[in-house]
Design a protein around this ligand. Sequence first.
Ligand SMILES: [Zn+2]
Ligand SMILES: [Zn+2]
Length: 282
Amino acid sequence: MKVIQEIENGTSSGLDLLRDTSRDRLTLCFPGVGSAFARKNNPTCLIIAKGGQTILVDAGTSIPNALETRGIAITAFDYYHITHSHADHIGGLEELLLYSHYVLDKKPRMILTENYRDLLWERSLRGGCEHAVDGTLGFDDLAEFVLPSQVASEPRELYEVEVAGVKLTIFRTVHIPTGEDTTRSAFWSTGLLIDDRVLFTADTRFDPALFDQLPMDGVEVIFHDCQLYDPGVVHPTYTDLKTLDAGLRSKMHLTHYGDTFEEFDPASDGFAGFARPWAMYQ
Ligand SMILES: [Zn+2]
Ligand SMILES: [Zn+2]
């Protein structure tokens, strides 16, 4: 994948640009490439566009503002998918749901596995979204759901769904390992394989087994989260990722990075580079 164009600050309708650009091919764009604690970039967030339709993957607290800089309303996407419940990935969801419900009278379409749909509502969204002046609302009063089917449980849970002409394979990641066992997590977190061609880890700890357990043959590009300081506990560090083989590194664009990125030269370490905010990849 190559950067074909950047969506510039002040663009009046960035989503129309993405829709047009994606008419004949898969197009990706990151409104945010930063870590949870970054200030120079918004938190990592991905737009998948294909055939003129769009899927927003994650919506951290500052993402509605970030989208606005390119003339995009948080409510304008055809579908939404959420990888896990940290605020840098879900903090913008209450605005999406409440504005859609009370102002636009519409339900965003959310791609969520059934178990995570319930967790996301019960543990995170319900507190701010449930109460209305005329009673209480459930998640299904506020959103419609596309439920991927589980296709594997071992060695890693996999779920699949096709939406907007895009095949999404959702795989469990180990973002917060549970105790000493670094292959399991009680915390729900997932990454995405997009059209069997693009691997997006979202948030995970360093987990090289991932590359043995996913169908990597057709994968052309990897967008991998990367923490720029050691040690890594809930993310892989730059030092960890440098130990991967050259073939993997050459496909790897780093995401979810902190504000010291200017001190690094990923190309000199065999990586494809840092993912660039608002660049359109095709
Ligand atoms: Zn994160
Ligand atoms: Zn996280």
